[in-house]
Write a protein that binds this ligand. Structure first.
Ligand code: HH2
Length: 280
């Protein structure tokens, strides 16, 4: 199954995996230590990720790091809006990473083509917004919320539970009038999951792919990589992140959400050439 992911005026082809570059306009992201908190630096990061081959730029203004505090939607919007505008002006397919309908709505009006909601469109205001626009949607699974999600997460069968949730949320969006081709799903690596849960989700990713939506995986620099390897500094987890991306794409992931775009593009090109004999 290939087809396209419809995101506003863009129809993103799914014949090869797409790379989504992460721009966190936050002071406290676990993964980059706040390197892109200054909007000018964030816009420059977006530009270099595009030059390195990013298909999508994901802009976020709220850290969802386990235990992170919440900020108001207006503070979040003040962080992201200029960066979204700059990235749109560069011609990027821009995704807004937010749980707040008010932030998503303003960013879609500013040209964002994708709403990436780590709370899985559980807020009716997000569903209403999704139904009222043409943006692509990322429906992510999270158990609990960022403040408490790592306090002893429990599942019956983690893959079956996550798949059932994603399917129900996607059907809810479709029932509200959202076209199937606008929806992508994401198992939410690290969101209310132990290392064993994350590994099981990645190993059995084809069961999520079988739902019939493009699957996005965000494993880049995450804590489970540190737990497996003993590497405690997130910025030192590139090699582990590449391994997770290649294993995910090999199991059918359509989109890789990553910090290190150039390295990911290179790794995916080689893996694809080996699989398909399609070297450049
Ligand atoms: N992970 C993070 C944030 N947003 N969105 C999707 N769809 N999937 C993910 O796995 C995902 C996400 C957390 O990572 P990061 O943005 O690097 O860190 P922080 O939340 O601390 O800013």
């Amino acid at each position: 199954m290939h087809g396209v992911w419809r995101c506003g005026s863009h129809a993103l082809p799914l014949a090869r995996a797409l790379v989504m570059g992460i721009v966190n306009v936050t002071p406290d992201s676990f993964s980059d230590g706040g390197a892109n908190y200054d909007p000018c630096i964030a816009a420059a990061s977006a530009e270099s990720m595009l030059a390195a081959g990013a298909d999508i730029i994901d802009v976020g203004g709220e850290s969802t790091r386990p235990g992170a505090g919440e900020i108001t939607p207006s503070e979040e919007l003040a962080r992201v809006l200029a960066v979204v505008r700059d990235a749109v002006a560069l011609g990027a397919v821009v995704s807004i990473d937010t749980r707040h309908a008010e932030v998503a709505s303003a960013c879609v009006a500013a040209g964002s083509a994708i709403i990436n909601d780590v709370s899985g469109f559980s807020d009716p205001a997000m569903v209403a917004l999704a139904a009222s626009c043409e943006a692509g949607l990322v429906v992510m699974h999270m158990q609990g919320d960022p403040r408490i999600m790592q306090d002893e997460p429990r599942y019956g069968d983690v893959v079956a539970d996550v798949a059932a949730y994603l399917s129900a949320q996607a059907m809810r969006l479709e029932a509200a009038g959202v076209a199937h081709e606008r929806i992508a799903v994401d198992p939410g690596i690290g969101f209310g999951k132990t290392t064993a849960h994350n590994l099981e989700l990645l190993r059995r990713l084809p069961e999520i792919v079988a739902l019939g939506y493009p699957v996005l995986v965000g494993a880049s620099r995450k804590r489970f990589i540190g737990e497996i390897t003993g590497v405690s500094e997130p910025r030192q987890r590139l090699a582990g992140s590449l391994a997770a991306t290649l294993e995910s794409v090999g199991r059918g992931a359509a989109v890789a959400r990553v910090h290190d775009v150039a390295e990911t593009v290179q790794a995916l090109a080689v893996a694809r050439a080996i699989r398909e004999g399609a070297g450049e």
